[in-house]
Design a protein around this ligand. Structure first.
Ligand code: MG
Length: 375
C-alpha cells in the first residue's frame, strides 16, 4: 500500500544525506537502508541481553531492550502511517533509539555517568549516536553505519548544551531550541507508550505489581471495566492483555488526533515549519495527567520496588568496580580497547562497559574479581 507522504514529512529528496556519499541501493530507499544497517549491527543484537526493567536472567518472558525496541518501532510505524509521515525513517529511529544503553538499564547508565563525571560524563542517548557514528565496525570505507542525517537527528533525543556544542549541525537544535522532524518527535512518544504499557505487563507477570494496586490508576481501571463489561468473568492473562491492548490503542489514537490538531492549528505546511514550530507530537490535555499518574504509579510501585532496587544496586557496584579496575590497570582490557587508551582512556573504558550485555558484565566482573575464575 503506497500512501502519499504529507507535505511536512521527511523526504529522501530533501535529505541532508550521509557524511560519506554512497551510491544508491535502489530499489531500497535510503531510510530503509538505514533500518537494515541498524538491524544488522552488533549493538542491535546485544539489545537482546540488556535490561529494560528486569535483568535478563530474572526471567525469559520479560521485555528486554530488544523486544522493547521492536515494540517502539511497531507503534512508531503505526503512528507514522496514520499521520502520512515517513514510516521507514520512524522505524529506523525507533530501532536505534536504545543502542547506546549500558547493561542493567538506568542503574548501569547512572553508575557509568558517575564514573565518567570528571571525563565528560556518559549519556546513553549520546552513546546511541556514537554507536552508529563511530563504534560499529562493519564497513571498509568508514567507521560506524554512515546513517542519513535525519536518522541521526532522531536518535539524538536529548543532549546537554555542552555536548550539543561539539556535535556541529546535529547539535544545533539544542542550542537554538528548534524541533526535530515529526518522525523523530513521534519515536520519542512511541517509546513512552511502549514502556508505560509493557512495564505494567511485566510488573504483573513478575508479581511485583497486583491488579488491585492498578485499580488506583485511572487509565488502567477505565479500560479494565470496558473489558469486564464485554467479557464478564474473564481473568488472568487474557484480562491483562485485553486491558493493555486497549490502553495502547487509546494512547495512540489520542496522540494521532492531538498531533493532527496541532499541525492544523499551527498552520504547518512544510518540514521547515515543523522545525521552527513548537512541539507538535503530543498527547491531549485530558490524557496528560492520566499518563503522569500512571508514570508515578510505576515509579513508586515497580521501579522503586525493593527487589528491583536491590538488583539495581548490585548493577551499580558491578559497573563501578569494572570501571575502577580498568582505570587502575588498563592492561586488563581486551587489546582493541587497550589500544585506544593512549587517546582517551576513560572513554575507551566507558565504550567497553556500555557495550556489555548484562550477563557479559556479570561474567567479566567474575573474571576480574573472583580468584577461582580463570581469565
Ligand atoms: Mg526506550
Amino acid at each position: 500500500m503506497t500512501i502519499e507522504l504529507a507535505e511536512y514529512a521527511v523526504r529522501e529528496a530533501g535529505s541532508r544525506g550521509r557524511v560519506q556519499a554512497e551510491p544508491s541501493s535502489f530499489p531500497r530507499g535510503e531510510f530503509q537502508r538505514d533500518r537494515d544497517r541498524i538491524v544488522h549491527s552488533t549493538a542491535f543484537r546485544r539489545l537482546e541481553y540488556k535490561t529494560q526493567v528486569f535483568v535478563n536472567h530474572e526471567g525469559d518472558l520479560f521485555r528486554t531492550r530488544l523486544t522493547h525496541s521492536i515494540e517502539v518501532a511497531q507503534i512508531s510505524r503505526g503512528i507514522a502511517r496514520a499521520l502520512r509521515l515517513n514510516e521507514d525513517l520512524a522505524e529506523a529511529i525507533a530501532l536505534a533509539h536504545d543502542l547506546g544503553h549500558t547493561p542493567f538499564g538506568h542503574a548501569g547508565q547512572d553508575a557509568l555517568n558517575d564514573c565518567m563525571k570528571a571525563y565528560g560524563g556518559f549519556e546513553h542517548n549520546l552513546q546511541s549516536l556514537r554507536t552508529v557514528d563511530v563504534l560499529e565496525e562493519h564497513y571498509a570505507e568508514f567507521d560506524g553505519l554512515n546513517l542519513m542525517w535525519e536518522t541521526r537527528e532522531g536518535i539524538l533525543k536529548h543532549c546537554s548544551p555542552s555536548h550539543a556544542a561539539t556535535l556541529g549541525d546535529l547539535g544545533q537544535r539544542f542550542l537554538e531550541r528548534t524541533q526535530p522532524s515529526l518522525e523523530a518527535q513521534l519515536a520519542n512518544l512511541a517509546d513512552e507508550i511502549a514502556y508505560n504499557n509493557h512495564d505494567i505487563d511485566d510488573g504483573l507477570r513478575s508479581g511485583l505489581l497486583s491488579l488491585e494496586q492498578l485499580d488506583s490508576v485511572e487509565i488502567f481501571h477505565a479500560q479494565r471495566r470496558i473489558v469486564e463489561a464485554a467479557y464478564p468473568g474473564l481473568g488472568g492473562r487474557r484480562l491483562i492483555h485485553e486491558t493493555i491492548r486497549r490502553m495502547i490503542n487509546q494512547m495512540v489514537l489520542d496522540l494521532v488526533r492531538q498531533t493532527e490538531a496541532n499541525i492544523q492549528s499551527q498552520g504547518i505546511r512544510s518540514l521547515d515549519d515543523v522545525r521552527s514550530g513548537g512541539r507538535l507530537v503530543a498527547f491531549s490535555r485530558p490524557l496528560q495527567p492520566q499518563l503522569q499518574a500512571l508514570k508515578k504509579f510505576l515509579r513508586e510501585h515497580l521501579y522503586w520496588h525493593y527487589q528491583v532496587l536491590r538488583m539495581a544496586d548490585k548493577a551499580k557496584r558491578i559497573v563501578r568496580a569494572l570501571f575502577d579496575a580498568f582505570m587502575e590497570n588498563p592492561r586488563l582490557l581486551p587489546p582493541q580497547y587497550f589500544a585506544r587508551c593512549n587517546d582517551d582512556k576513560p572513554r575507551a573504558i566507558a565504550d567497553y562497559i556500555a557495550g556489555m550485555t548484562d550477563r557479559y558484565a556479570v561474567r567479566e566482573h567474575r573474571r576480574i574479581f573472583a580468584v577461582d575464575e580463570i581469565h
